[in-house]
Design a protein. Structure first.
Ligand SMILES: [Mn+2]
Ligand SMILES: [Mn+2]
Ligand SMILES: [Mn+2]
Ligand SMILES: [Mn+2]
Lengths: 222, 222
DNA sequence: TATAAAAGTTAGATTAATCTAACAAATATT
DNA sequence: AATATTTGTTAGATTAATCTAACTTTTATA
């Protein structure tokens, strides 16, 4: 049985492994920063996780999830995203509110609960932020991720996921009536500052910053 | 903010206060036994709860919830029973499976979650075991509780709640196709051992033990 | 009422998770 | 290569929740 805290370390390592593309390893300070603890604390926990064969770790070295560690991490991510979907779809939470509560719900231990919840939600593929929900067997679709910022004038796309999940960004998106699936057309790319002039389905054309364009994953449409 | 453990002590004290009819106080050993800890552990925690003004307690004395303590305890009971109802109604858990998971879910912190959950469940009044669900304001209907064992030959009743919530009893009830609301008619009372010969709506007449009859709360029908 | 039993407390130890402060190793920069 | 910076570790302390073993108070019983 893993403690609440151990689970958080595994999930953090998994998330970091997605972030550092192609390099699924992390450092002590990186982990500590991500989890909001001091490096000394992370060092201790990493030793413990190594004892339990959940990570590979040696002094001053990089940290990597073992197969068991990864399996456990994915199970927690699966619960997190299923609960986010539940809160969003069934309880009318907005997409900037779901994460905090899911951080707690993801630690509930009950295999039956997860699977029944998934069934109740009709086997959703993505969570409210557009992130893929791992299946019971651990499979998780890896979607090619294109940033809005990578598109050119004339391109059209559909919003696939948010890269930045901060409340500020999510609420701004809501204000612009942008949600997962919203169609966006790039009217013009402003070279001066990397901002974009875009048409958002059903709204007036408007300008969005480069920071904005780098925070949104889209699927390019033909 | 209360810890998971503190919450459990408050809920335990509340439950004990319902059990000891008319005497809403509990003793240290009683609390410890109920929570599955040693008396020494309970003593320490009670001192802590007293510091936080959640219980009234003095050395070698009985323990009583303060108003704040009671309010908190009821809030946890409310969550517990709402989650049990969710698991039973929406996720097809059987009534002997819901408790264990609700023990975990009751500690999730989010006022919005509880209230939305209640709304989603259409403001249920009773949980799957027939126990009343406290309202958001702390109100909880106090239902007159009659045991099946108190009835006489010729009486008819409707099952209101289970007194014993053990898996063994709940599964036995399921086997007999008895659930909340099931009508039962007392055909004969066997004085020798207190057992009852009863007719269960839609089934063959059968005999049930005194222990059985003392584990089921019913509402007498006219 | 004296004594035995039950109920409750205290002291001291343990484990998990955290911290700060001091130190050590690895990496980057002149 | 020497030095400075970054990264990571160790030692020692703290807090919450628990335990055991010894002790004290209260209650029951002879
Ligand atoms: Mn999230
Ligand atoms: Mn998400
Ligand atoms: Mn229960
Ligand atoms: Mn119940």
């Amino acid at each position: 049985m893993l403690s609440y805290t151990e689970e958080n370390y595994l999930k953090a390592l998994l998330k970091l492994s997605f972030q550092n593309e192609e390099k699924p390893e992390a450092g002590t300070n990186e982990m500590a920063a991500y989890l909001g603890v001091k490096p000394a604390t992370a060092t201790d926990m990493l030793k413990k996780l190594k004892e339990k064969d959940l990570v590979t770790y040696k002094k001053y070295g990089k940290i990597l999830l073992t197969d068991t560690g990864k399996k456990n991490g994915i199970a927690i991510l699966r619960k997190h995203r299923l609960w986010e979907t539940f809160l969003y779809e069934k309880l009318d939470f907005s997409w900037d509110e779901v994460h905090e509560v899911a951080e707690q719900l993801e630690h509930i231990q009950s295999a039956k609960l997860v699977d029944k919840l998934e069934e109740f939600l009709d086997f959703p593929e993505f969570d409210p932020h557009g992130d893929p929900i791992p299946k019971a067997n651990g499979e998780m679709p890896v979607i090619a991720k294109t940033l809005l910022a990578e598109l050119k004038a004339g391109d059209t796309c559909s919003v696939a996921a948010v890269k930045d999940t901060s409340t500020l960004f999510l609420q701004y998106l809501e204000k612009l009536q942008i949600t997962i699936g919203t169609k966006i057309k790039i009217i013009e790319v402003i070279d001066f500052d990397g901002s974009l002039y875009v048409g958002i389905a059903g709204g007036e054309p408007r300008s969005v910053s480069m920071k904005f364009a780098e925070s949104l994953f889209v699927q390019k449409l033909l």
